[in-house]
Write a new protein. Structure first.
Length: 110
């Protein structure tokens, strides 16, 4: 994942409403939910929900699949894992290595 892709993914999560929709889909698991089910669980108006789903789908965080007359929405778990991994791979990269497990190490010449 490159910086621009990560920025797009994190930008999509920059709204409380979109985060609520995505968390609802994450909780639902791999089976996903119809728009009506998401609306029931979040209490969002249909037009508002459609807008947020479109935004999340354009950032590849939600996968939408037509199922008859319904659209099933699923969290894109692989993409979410990549996004989390992108930020977490930098964890502690600049941490002072002389300070480990809350105990400061003394230099050998002290």
């Amino acid at each position: 994942m490159v910086l621009e892709e990560a920025a797009q993914g994190f930008a999509a999560l920059g709204s409380e409403a979109r985060l609520q929709v995505l968390l609802t889909l994450v909780r639902a698991g791999r089976d996903g939910l119809s728009v009506g089910d998401i609306q029931t669980r979040t209490g969002m108006a249909a037009s508002t929900l459609a807008h947020h789903l479109k935004f999340l789908a354009s950032a590849d965080l939600v996968v939408q699949e037509k199922d008859g007359r319904s659209v099933i929405n699923r969290a894109a778990f692989e993409r979410l894992e990549l996004l989390a991994g992108y930020i977490l791979k930098e964890c502690c990269a600049e941490e002072d290595k002389s300070f480990v497990l809350g105990v400061e190490r003394k230099a050998a010449n002290d």
